[in-house]
Design a protein around this ligand. Sequence first.
Ligand code: APR
Ligand code: ZN
Ligand code: ZN
Length: 361
Amino acid sequence: MPQQVLGVVAPGRNEPVRVETITVPDPGPGEAVVRVQACGVCHTDLHYKQGGIGDDFPYLLGHEAAGIVETVGEGVTDVAPGDFVILNWRAVCGQCRACLRGRPWYCFDTHNARQRMTLPDGTELSPALGIGAFAEKTLVHAGQCTKVDPGVAPAAAGLLGCGVMAGIGAALNTGNVGRGDTVAVIGCGGVGDAAIVGARLAGAAKIIAVDIDDRKLDTARAMGATHAVNSRDTDPVEAVRELTGGYGADVVIEAVGRPETYAQAFYARDLAGTVVLVGVPTPDMTIELPLLDVFGRGGALKSSWYGDCLPSRDFPMLVDLHRQGRIDLGAFVTETIGLGDVEKAFARMHEGDVLRSVVVL
Ligand code: APR
Ligand code: ZN
Ligand code: ZN
């Protein structure tokens, strides 16, 4: 039987979000209905609301979520009712060229639920990143559900579904930070802080946090940064060089997504070092670099897409590390809120007051 539940809907471009009754169909073949327990508020949800991602309004927002599988459709074997799962926005196909070449994070045939959730008048909803988890229940492709140990607070676990995974993965998977490395992280919001946590986990010797906001630098220190540079009044390239014996960092992670911070990242790395771009630029942004500098400095310029994560590998591992006390996912949860508070959470996010507001159901 299709179910009526509450969900947070963005009705149109820049219109305030509303809590609406939505209809969640029974799961069809390969699908699952998940009872959402927690869902973080991410910039991407705000971008959906602003019309920056598409024009397929109304959107059902929310995509950083954890919950309990309620029912599964025909042919679903990897998860079962009662499983505690983290949702991911890339259920990879396993068959395309990227998947077969061992780079499933570039799979271009990812799966979402085929059926649509609807408003009472029958209007089909577009779920944010194919998830739509600011809702009591949501319909997803079963491949979007990764079973993890239930001994972790849902609010903390859900963050692995997007921003925290992006940051930790930028350090571990894309940057390949190794024991003894020096790492600089430019931009210390939720994603940058997660990169700091990843660098620390990898055994980095020095982790230099760079931000223009002292509040963010304090949090970055608490997350494991060994040094902090306020780039509002200091040249971060000079500062990173000074802190690394004149060389620059082995790995620089850019977690802002702007041309000037990308340029800083490029020059703050050591010769043959790696730059990881995890901040998402807008289509109009360009950067000019002297080709001789690209040639002469060597190394690697990489981008990190969803932390280059493989959910089935990375989510359970990071939940286990959290349970062992080796990382603290709870540190990213600034506040827990209700479904009716998402609009306020967007405002707080905009002010830079929070790492993550998390809707808890
Ligand atoms: N130099 C250094 N830091 C900056 C600069 C700058 N010029 N401009 C902004 N920042 C800092 C902010 O002070 C903030 O701490 O970058 C941080 C950005 O953090 P958030 O706004 O919380 O964003 P976050 O969720 O961490 O995402 C960062 O990664 O995945 C992408 O889409 C995401 O592009 C975004 C980026
Ligand atoms: Zn997100
Ligand atoms: Zn694929």
